[in-house]
Design a protein around this ligand. Structure first.
Ligand code: KIV
Length: 260
């Protein structure tokens, strides 16, 4: 049965960990979905891992929707959530409505993810959920603010931690169905997870969140650079390099193709 947002909330209550990974194309989406991952995020990290941009900032909504459509074609069970790219939702709730509407109508994703939890963003989340668009929040390290925050851990002081907690509460009250907590201290993530009734999905936020997300390119060892909290389960860069080298050698030495 396909995963829905109500099920995520039930899993939090039952303390059943929620498994989230990113995907950026049809093949990766098919594999990740068939492996039983609960939520597939078409993250704007695809700007860096797939399109070669230095940050997520240059990614356009059209580029994102192109990838989101391919992902949706490959998924049968997981809930598909799509990041709204930088400056496709921050200007006004109307801009957010237009971009999120395109993601649901044109790409077929089931929900969108927005970064930040300041009062204006909570208002935007409230307006989106009011018209039936499910929203996942994202607080802590928010990569779209890289020029302001860098890629540093957030919430390290008492005051900064309290601010992130209040942002998470505001997003829940605005109607978000889940919140990503990125690169914050584990004890802060545990406190937020306890306070909220909606699931928290951690990345670099310790073991006490309701679920975990990683960038699939990091998990597969495809990324050129990866954050210190990521884990690779295979080194596909090496596997691919060796396979291509072997193919190249076989073509040059006329071992491939064989007569038959
Ligand atoms: O873009 C992305 O992949 C993300 C995850 C790191 C949560 O937002």
């Amino acid at each position: 049965m396909a995963v829905n947002i109500q099920q995520l909330q039930q899993w939090k209550q039952k303390k059943r960990q929620i498994v989230v990974l990113t995907a950026w194309d049809y093949a990766i989406a098919q594999l990740v979905d068939a492996a039983g991952v609960d939520v597939i995020l078409v993250g704007d990290s695809l700007a860096m891992v797939t399109l070669g941009y230095e940050t997520t900032l240059p990614l356009t909504l059209d580029e994102m929707l192109h990838h989101a459509r391919a992902v949706c074609r490959g998924v049968k069970r997981a809930l598909v959530v799509c990041d709204l790219p930088f400056l496709t939702y921050q200007e006004s709730p109307q801009q957010a409505m237009h971009s999120a509407g395109r993601a649901l109508k044109e790409a077929g994703v089931q929900a969108v993810k927005l970064e930040g939890g300041h009062p204006a963003m909570a208002q935007t989340v409230a307006q989106l959920t009011a018209v039936g668009i499910p929203v996942m929040g994202h607080v802590g390290l928010t990569p779209q603010s890289v020029r302001l925050l860098g890629f540093r851990q957030q919430g390290k002081t008492e005051e900064a931690g309290e601010r992130i907690l209040q942002e998470a509460i505001a997003l829940e009250q605005a109607g978000a169905f889940a919140i990503v907590l990125e690169h914050i201290p584990a004890d802060l993530a545990a406190r937020i997870t306890q306070k909220l009734t909606i699931p928290t999905i951690g990345i670099g936020a310790g073991a006490d969140c309701d679920g975990q997300v990683l960038v699939t390119a990091d998990v597969l060892g495809l990324s050129e650079h990866q954050p210190p909290f990521a884990k690779s389960y295979v080194n596909l860069r090496q596997v691919i390099a060796e396979a291509v080298q072997t193919y190249s050698n076989e073509v040059k030495s006329r071992q491939f193709p064989t007569k038959d």
